[in-house]
Design a protein around this ligand. Structure first.
Ligand SMILES: C[S@@+](CC[C@H](N)C(=O)[O-])C[C@H]1O[C@@H](n2cnc3c(N)ncnc32)[C@H](O)[C@@H]1O
Length: 185
């Protein structure tokens, strides 16, 4: 069986599908409790700023997409990428309710489809450990990040993240599970 066939089989598995069908209900509740501490880390490190282009990779129900869109304002933009369309529908609904017009969703499970060097900040929260090919995903993130851009990863893999960033990104700061990187040319 090829890698692609294995991947499709995993995604089609009924247990996997059921988990994600229910996930959209319980995860946002959990995030409501846990996002405050993470957003304070954003603030402390001045991660997201007005006018920036931000990519929320593996955005889920958009618990960070909406705060990022508020910070970057009308002159900035937030791209919310996920491989599940249900998640993206929730993000679009929440952006509408919040009156935000600067959120664009991207449905994808590998490529990003944005131009080279177009993003100021890439945010990846609790996603990296879920990816099949982490190195390939990071290579794509490297492509879309501006030369002076920032990659910020929050993940239970902690220092395990560094096995995949080598040669692409340089660690500039870490604060618990929050890792901040600059781009290597
Ligand atoms: C644990 S959730 C985190 C969601 C969000 N970042 C948060 O912190 O609330 C992981 C998310 O990554 C997405 N994901 C998993 N594999 C992906 C892939 N290959 N491409 C894009 N998104 C993916 C899932 O659909 C899910 O929404």
């Amino acid at each position: 069986m090829s890698d692609f066939e294995r991947y499709v089989k995993l995604k089609m598995h009924p247990l996997y599908a059921a988990h994600y069908a229910l996930w959209v209900y319980w995860w946002p509740l959990w995030r409501r409790l846990s996002s405050g501490g993470i957003l304070r880390k954003w603030e402390r490190s001045n991660l997201v700023r007005e006018k920036q282009a931000v990519l929320d990779y593996g955005c889920g129900a958009g618990s960070f997409t909406i705060p990022a869109a508020r910070i970057v304002g009308k002159t900035g933009k937030v791209y919310a990428l996920d491989c599940f369309s249900r998640q993206l529908e929730i993000v679009q609904g929440n952006a509408r309710k919040a009156g935000l017009t600067n959120v664009e969703t991207i449905l994808s499970d590998n490529g990003i489809g944005l131009p080279d060097k177009s993003i100021d900040v890439i945010w990846m929260c609790d996603v990296l450990h879920e990816l099949e090919d982490r190195r390939l995903a990071l290579e794509e993130l490297h492509r879309v990040l501006k030369e002076d851009g920032t990659l910020a990863i929050y993940d239970s893999m902690k220092d395990g993240i560094l096995n995949y960033t080598d040669g692409l990104f340089s660690l500039t700061n870490k604060d618990g599970k929050f890792y901040r990187f600059s781009k290597l040319s």
